[in-house]
Ligand binder design. Structure first.
Ligand SMILES: Nc1nc2c(ncn2[C@@H]2O[C@H](COP(=O)(O)OP(=O)(O)OP(=O)(O)O)[C@@H](O)[C@H]2O)c(=O)[nH]1
Ligand SMILES: [Mg+2]
Length: 392
């Protein structure tokens, strides 16, 4: 009996010891979880939040893709393949815009004959315009690619393309039209460059965490970059991201001074960008936020500016060309840059003048340039942190 009792006691004791062990194990686990949460919160504190803002098609997602390529894993084959329907859709949509545009110009323009398709291409044009108007596009076959190429080479389509600024012709047009053979290959896998050129309107918010790698080592800074949709109906989602932002990377496509908005064809794109930048600058949340202004699409700007005077845009109506060639391009670029700088200082309250403001000339498709630019952004932000911590 005693022995039984003692066994039971033993059992009891051992059970209570077991309970104690379990308790302390649970306590340890809880403490560990708490420690981890604390650690993560501490680590989160060091994560710098970067926000890509700007109007639609200003190049935000292209910068985002470059960051993924430069400082993260890049695109694996599955991801590359996921761009096939996007790229094919870009091709079909573009040829439709050009075909329908040529038809309209052939009816309404005073030099209408320039826009009339050659007789043998009319049928091809109608067929392709039909496909381009569908909700889902077929895969680009060799046969379709050949038709598209024929139409693209038609003088009327080329004339229409030269008036692309009036027609919402995307910037990837020429690149894709010159690569139709490759894009229609049965085994086609998009290249990194194809992905950068691919145009997908962003809806919602995407984010990526990265640490820019220096020459040999990591910079130590961890950034979380957010990409948003820039078209008007997307902008109401922006405000939810405005808290705790280290830097806004504002993309302005400086080549778009002679274009109108996709969502409102009465509105000049540069004027929209001006108003948007002004609005962003005045946000309460951005009192201490740094501003990195990317004057993007410089590659298109430098070609355009020699043919289309900057003064076609109301904001730049006081522009006077002074030279030709490269010098004129520089002059035009400096003029645009100055306009943005003036706008920044005008829209920045005197008590905020010490927030960081930097302007960069960018071509988002140019990987080397984006890498260099981000190195500069990283340096600027690190300097700012040290200053704020009183270490500089
Ligand atoms: N030539 C040229 N094309 C560019 C440049 N930056 C972006 N693009 C192209 O412009 C198009 C639009 O770029 P996105 O990055 O999708 O623009 P976004 O600002 O993300 O647009 P939303 O998502 O609608 O706000 C794409 O086809 C890009 O390849 C540039 O610097 N030069
Ligand atoms: Mg986008």
């Amino acid at each position: 009996m005693l022995s039984h009792l003692s066994t039971n006691m033993g059992l009891l004791c051992s059970r209570s010891r077991h309970y104690n062990e379990q308790d302390s194990e649970e306590n340890a686990q809880a403490a560990e979880i708490e420690r981890r949460i604390e650690q993560e919160t501490e680590a989160e504190k060091h994560i710098q939040k970067l926000l890509l803002l700007g109007a639609g098609e200003s190049g935000k997602s292209t910068i985002f893709k470059q960051i993924k390529l430069l400082f993260q894993t890049g695109f694996d084959e599955t991801e590359l393949k996921s761009y096939i329907p996007v790229i094919h859709a870009n091709v079909y949509q573009t040829i439709k815009v050009l075909h329908d545009g040529s038809k309209e110009l052939a009816q309404n323009d005073k030099e209408f004959s320039k826009y009339v398709l050659s007789n043998e291409n009319k049928e091809i044009g109608e067929k392709l315009s039909d496909i381009g108007g569908r909700l889902d596009y077929p895969r680009l076959t060799r046969e379709h690619a050949k038709d598209i190429e024929t139409l693209w080479k038609d003088a009327a389509i080329q004339e229409t393309y030269s008036r692309g600024n009036e027609l919402q012709v995307p910037d990837c047009t020429q690149y894709f039209m010159e690569n139709l053979q490759r894009l229609s290959d049965a085994n086609y896998i998009p290249t990194k460059e194809d992905v950068l050129y691919a145009r997908v309107r962003t809806t919602g918010v995407v984010e990526i965490q990265f640490s820019p790698v220096g020459e040999n080592k990591k910079s130590g800074e961890v950034y979380r970059l957010f990409d948003v949709g820039g078209q008007r109906n997307e902008r109401r989602k922006w405000i939810h991201l405005f808290e705790g932002v280290t830097a806004v990377i504002f993309c302005a496509a400086i080549s778009e001074y002679d274009q109108t908005l996709f969502e409102d064809e009465q509105k000049n794109r540069m004027m929209e960008t001006k108003e948007l930048f002004e609005w962003v600058l005045k946000q309460e949340c951005f009192e201490n936020t740094s501003f990195m202004l990317f004057l993007n699409k410089f590659d298109i700007f430098e070609k355009k500016v020699l043919n289309v005077p900057l003064s076609v845009c109301e904001w730049f109506n006081d522009y006077q060309p002074v030279s030709t060639g490269k010098q004129e391009i520089e002059h035009a670029y400096e003029f645009v840059k100055k306009k943005f700088e003036e706008l920044y200082f005008k829209s920045t309250a005197p008590d905020r003048v010490d927030r960081v403001f930097k302007v960069y000339r960018t071509t988002a498709l140019d990987q080397k340039l984006v890498k260099k630019t981000f190195k500069l952004v990283d340096e600027t932000l690190r300097r700012r942190n040290l200053l704020e911590a009183g270490l500089l």
